[in-house]
Design a protein around this ligand. Sequence first.
Ligand code: FAD
Ligand code: SF4
Length: 515
Amino acid sequence: YKILRFIFGDQLNANHTWYKEENQAQYLYVIAELKQETNYVKHHIQKVAAFFSAMENFASALKKSQLNVLHLTLDDTQHDESITTLLKRLAEQYQCQEIQYQYPDEYRLYQQMQQLESHISLKISACDSEHFLLPYSDISAHFKKDKHVKMEFFYRMMRKRFNILMKDGAPQGGQWNFDQDNRNKLKKADLATIPEPKVFSNDIEIILRRINNHKISTLGHCSSTLLWPTSRNQAKQLLDYFCTHLLPHFGQFQDAMTCQTSHKWSLYHSRIAFALNTKMLHPMHVINQVLSEFDKRKNEINLAQVEGFIRQILGWREYVRGVYWQNMPDYATKNELNAKRALPDYFWHGNTKMNCMKQAIDQSLDTAYAHHIQRLMITGNFCLLTGIKPDDVDNWYLGIYIDAIEWVEMPNTRGMSQFADGGLIATKPYASSGNYINKMSDYCKGCHYNVKQKSEETACPFNSLYWLFMHTHEARLSRNPRIGMVYKNWQKQNETQQSATLKRAQWCLTNIEKL
Ligand code: FAD
Ligand code: SF4
């Protein structure tokens, strides 16, 4: 073959122009399971299996279209230390004159590919992955290094640029954002009507055996069937299911959490992030389908639900990618609040008396999934309040979630949830006491701790830790107009109450592993 084309595991975009070009006989497409991709962090077993299964299905689909495809398993690449050594070996073996690839989305891989030329004396060229809505070359026009860019303004620009939910140059419905109509708690009566989550049962026995044979270290639980979509067809089915059954209440219950139903892990969330991040689905395909569903069922689906969902894809997803690329590699070392504590052990097994944490962690270990508010306001909030090292937090999130790829994981974790970027993403830390958790969930009812108490032995740890966090960072945070009120509430408490709360928080930190 004249040209070797390397496909990364998250570049499963069958509509890429690569596959539509003439003269396909000259190309050898290579897609490979590699140890280097399984061990840069410890991943959830379902995540590794889902990637391998989706890669295999993608390779089969390309083969069916008569393309020359080399799908390599861990058995085939076990002696290849890295992508570089693999490509060198294959280029020689197949006598290729050139290597081509699509730009990867992670800085780590971007750098590795930049260095290819110094290891391989062949022509090497790269092209766009044709996935994101904002072209890579436009990122620097909208993001500046070390400068906060308001997501809301970015989102409005994207709405205008792509003419989404716009009418005569103004936002449809007269406003950009319907958050206030959304974000309800699930009441008892709502629990019975949550649709059953759409899951798949992909047979992954052979893949699991391979992972085991090659001694890949993983975390979390897995059965021999995988519930995640691993082909474009399944990804589309999941999106169809979302549009038909979940979209009508997406925004309304976007922030709600419950432990009272077996559907508690999925609720009204789409769970399409894995399909999107592996590029089996294109973001504009998702947006268009949601818009056409809205068009067809205007009497059943209101604008607030649709806008709430589109903001996540057209706004947040594109926004965090911009922040990531404009600020890497420095972003990965940011630790503005000087957090130093190690991640407690229960993040790896879920044995904690805090019910909210147990629910979020157990579910993540069981399914490789938790929804946004569980990630942000339960586990993320806990790490923020207790000052866990951002590296530990990043590694946990990057490993455990099915959809975790650094470009999207890191700004969400280090930035939005840990405020370690000093406010490049969030204008204030997402810190909260047990009160918020109690407001949005039914977790507190079944908890060992009392959400109404601050300083007693049975007091909810989030309460005292919240005040200690605010107290510790007062110099920085009291200047923030969005937080001023909080300090007024603190000052209203007498000194005895304040010191009892801080004492309880210190106890919680000293005994963090026992909480
Ligand atoms: P839904 O709730 O159905 O939302 C629809 C889609 O919107 C998602 O699939 C996703 O593509 C997009 N989206 C929503 N919020 C965000 C966001 N903040 N940033 C980027 N895209 C968003 N998302 C990832 O894709 N990978 C990650 O590794 C990841 N790590 C996170 C870590 C933390 C600490 C937090 C707070 C959030 C993280 N997110 C991550 C964002 C968000 O939580 C997930 O995208 C979402 O939970 C995925 O589930 P879903 O597909 O059911 O999403
Ligand atoms: Fe979580 Fe506190 Fe509620 Fe327990 S009482 S579930 S620890 S918020």
